[in-house]
Design a binder for this molecule. Sequence first.
Ligand SMILES: NC(=O)c1ccc[n+]([C@@H]2O[C@H](COP(=O)([O-])OP(=O)(O)OC[C@H]3O[C@@H](n4cnc5c(N)ncnc54)[C@H](O)[C@@H]3O)[C@@H](O)[C@H]2O)c1
Length: 324
Amino acid sequence: MNVLVVGGAGYIGSHMCLCLATAGHRVVALDNLSTGHREAVQWGELVVASLDETSVVAETLRRHEIDVVMHFAACSLVGESMQDPYRYYQNNVSSTLSLLMAMRDAGVAQFIFSSTAAIFGDPQSDQIEENHPRQPINPYGNSKLAVEMLLQDAAQAYGLRATTLRYFNAAGADPQGRIGESHTPETHLIPRLLRRAAGEDLSVQIFGTDYPTRDGSCVRDYIHVNDLAVAHLNAMEHGRSQPGFHCFNLGNGIGHSVLEVVKAAERAVGVPLDIPFGPRRAGDPATLVASSRKAREILDWTPRHDSIDRIVADAWNWHRRPAF
Ligand SMILES: NC(=O)c1ccc[n+]([C@@H]2O[C@H](COP(=O)([O-])OP(=O)(O)OC[C@H]3O[C@@H](n4cnc5c(N)ncnc54)[C@H](O)[C@@H]3O)[C@@H](O)[C@H]2O)c1
């Protein structure tokens, strides 16, 4: 297949390019490098463009005879989305709409979308199933939900084959250390811990020690970025034979507490990290874990790198010598 990876210079998109190329597909990345890295695109051609450059997008779809678009490009900082919602509706919703219209004009009929746990809002159960109410509590989550609704309508009206994959916390890196996670600012726990361990002046705290969890710290679902990429590959296969709109939650189904992640980071790095405890943060649920039962059953997908030690060790392999 000829696959366009929009946001292919970003963290998850670049691992997707690697996974697609390894599986024998032809891959083209389109990215405006706003948060991505040119050096991360090592598999396939890079088209440097923004999604709102509609003529470049249309030309890319046609010239490369694209069969499937995987869409990773977005603004994805919850706090920033509260300060500047227009930016989120513009980049996440409006740009996606122009991409979908260009696809329709070019006759590209399959789309796979990076959605998020943030579409669910406050969790009403410990394991989030696909039919959990979608009630986002910030503009980032709203913007992703708006695209999901757009995709449902497009599947109905234009026959778009659309799959939305909701990730919880992507983590880890290419085990060979060629690419990895490099965000500025970095808001995720594992890279913050590891960048601090590598000598960066980054503050890290354990927010809250009195949650109703096994050790009092929050529990989250960390999934290896390579497992995420394989889920997209399987979703692409599934969407070829099953038209319509599909949604899957992707997590490894095993929650890890913040304290457990800190301990895994200490094991990977080999020294104590002395992470201080702080008060709870407003809006943090105690537990947020995906049920990936549907993806396991229908996409025949099993996370292979599900131990937190493996995830953190691969991330550390990158962070101790990041190439970008
Ligand atoms: N990282 C996570 O844990 C996580 C969790 C849930 C959902 N997601 C979603 O997964 C996707 C990828 O996340 P990531 O962590 O790899 O982010 P990232 O910032 O590393 O990658 C996004 C890429 O998209 C590019 N981009 C942004 N806007 C663009 C535009 N208008 N035109 C062209 N390129 C553009 C950026 O330059 C960047 O390379 C995002 O949609 C994000 O919302 C990520």
